[in-house]
Write a protein that binds this ligand. Structure first.
Ligand code: EPU
Length: 430
């Protein structure tokens, strides 16, 4: 096991290049199960969540050939196994995308219930509602989801989502690609990775219209062939480095981004007194003056992303004035607040509301990453804190950030990875 040791308090200067989007990759890789042929996928981030998804695909019988660090060929032509085991599935939330893919291709799936970051209850009723509407029988028994299309193939229909769910939108879209007839998803999620998945599927022969709006129409096709696809840059990784500059100060060019995807984050940083300049495929983030307070409510895209909530709170801890944060997506996404308090932050939480009173400075302390984005936010806070912060349980962070240490060192951060002898750190499931 490892921990990060960060000596904070110095501004950041230089360039950071953003990797491929985690939440697009973890949907696109299982989507290859729908394809009879080789999918060459580029710009795959090297993170542990991707490794786990590839393990699940291999267990199902996919042929995987590594072309280079960020490119692989996946050939699912010979997959016949439709059962994904508990051992791997429990480790990652996005593993549930194999349900939509297997059900869409074979009319049947038997998959252990997924794991994932703990933000309170994480139901999958909307996924199941979609599959049932498309003619599947779905039972949850012994920790497994058993799904079977009654006529051997899913049948297109209209599905209205009761909550805007990224996972349900993606899973139903996957199930619908090779279903019989037309599926219409209403109240669909509009996140960039939903659009990226639709673009991938279309380039492999699917017929999807409307991704990026709240009505997505999928006309089922009999066959999908292989092809090439390059994953979009990671909105949240880019946003995390933007907040790192906002918190620590300095000036950093964040390369390989789609500035449009960052507008929801940029708007708040501007309000807080951070300068953000948009270029074609980069943003320049500069912070020279003290941060100002901001009120933030997290919402589905194009609202402010819940996956940026802990990182922006890290900045607001040091802003002048009182900021009010409303978590609009998850029930319990403030578990990290007690760790921030160890650094000297002044935050009160009442249900989905957090009140952040800005303080003049944070001071380094030993803290623990409790989930992926909270862990990233702890890095952001530590870069701004005076003295030394040690963050443990950093395997959470490594689920979603490629090369974080090298990227931050490249802009002058004093951060290193230190080994912790086995047994001193208790591993949790991410
Ligand atoms: N919900 C339901 N029923 C469902 C599905 C969701 O009630 O069947 C509720 C959830 O409880 C939540 C809301 O709907 O309150 C949104 O959940 P959503 O399904 O959109 O979340 P998800 O698909 O499980 C993805 C990301 C999360 C991100 C959320 C929201 C992936 C692999 N995960 O999760 O990302 O927080 O969307 O944007 O795409 C992360 O990357 O750190 C991360 C946790």
């Amino acid at each position: 096991m490892t921990k990060y040791v960060i000596h904070g308090g110095s501004p950041l200067y230089g360039e950071i290049t953003i990797s491929g989007a985690k939440n697009a990759a973890v949907a696109i890789l299982p989507a290859a199960l729908l394809v009879d042929g080789v999918c060459r996928i580029e710009n795959i981030p090297q993170i542990s969540d991707v490794t786990l998804i590839l393990e699940i695909l291999e267990e199902l019988g996919a042929g995987i050939r590594v072309i280079n660090r960020h490119t692989i060929d996946i050939d699912c032509s010979h997959v016949r196994n439709t059962r994904a085991s508990y051992e791997i599935m429990r480790k990652i939330r996005a593993s549930y995308y194999v349900i939509g893919s297997l059900l869409g291709r074979f009319g049947s799936a038997e998959v252990a219930m997924p794991g994932g970051c703990d933000f309170g209850v994480r139901p999958i009723d909307q996924h199941i509602k979609g599959f049932v509407a498309m003619g599947a029988q779905v039972n949850v028994e012994g920790g497994f989801i058993h799904a079977q299309a009654e006529s051997g193939r899913l049948v297109g229909t209209q599905v209205y989502l009761d909550v805007v769910s990224v996972g349900a939108t993606i899973n139903i879209m996957l199930g619908a690609c090779r279903a019989k007839g037309l599926t219409v998803i209403e109240n669909a999620a509009k996140e960039p990775h939903v659009v990226d998945l639709a673009n991938f599927l279309n380039s492999m022969g699917a017929d999807i219209m409307g991704a990026g709006t709240d009505v997505i129409k999928i006309r089922g096709v009999d066959r999908m062939q292989g092809g090439f696809y390059s994953i979009i840059p990671d909105q949240i990784e880019a946003g995390t480095y933007m907040t790192a500059v906002a918190a620590a100060g300095g000036e950093v060019v964040i390369q390989n981004v789609i500035p449009k995807h960052l507008e929801c984050i940029t708007a708040k940083l501007l309000e807080m007194g951070v300068e953000v300049e948009e270029l074609d495929d980069a943003v320049v983030v500069r912070r020279e003056h003290p941060l100002r307070k901001a009120n933030i409510k997290t919402m589905p895209y194009p609202g402010f992303p819940t996956d940026m909530q802990p990182q922006i709170v890290a900045c607001l801890c040091l802003a002048q004035g009182t900021s009010i944060i409303t978590e609009g997506v998850w029930d319990n996404r403030y578990r990290y607040v007690d760790e921030f308090k160890r650094l000297g932050a002044n935050i009160r939480v009442d249900g989905k509301i957090a009140v952040v009173e800005g303080v003049d400075r944070l001071m380094g302390a030993p803290i623990r990453a409790c989930d992926l984005r909270a862990g990233a936010a702890m890095v952001v806070a530590s870069l701004a804190a005076e003295g030394t912060t040690e963050i443990d349980s950093v395997y959470h962070i490594e689920r979603g950030y490629e090369n974080l240490i090298e990227k931050l060192k490249g802009v002058g951060a004093d951060i290193e990875v230190v080994s912790v002898p086995d047994g001193l750190e208790k591993q949790q499931v991410g």
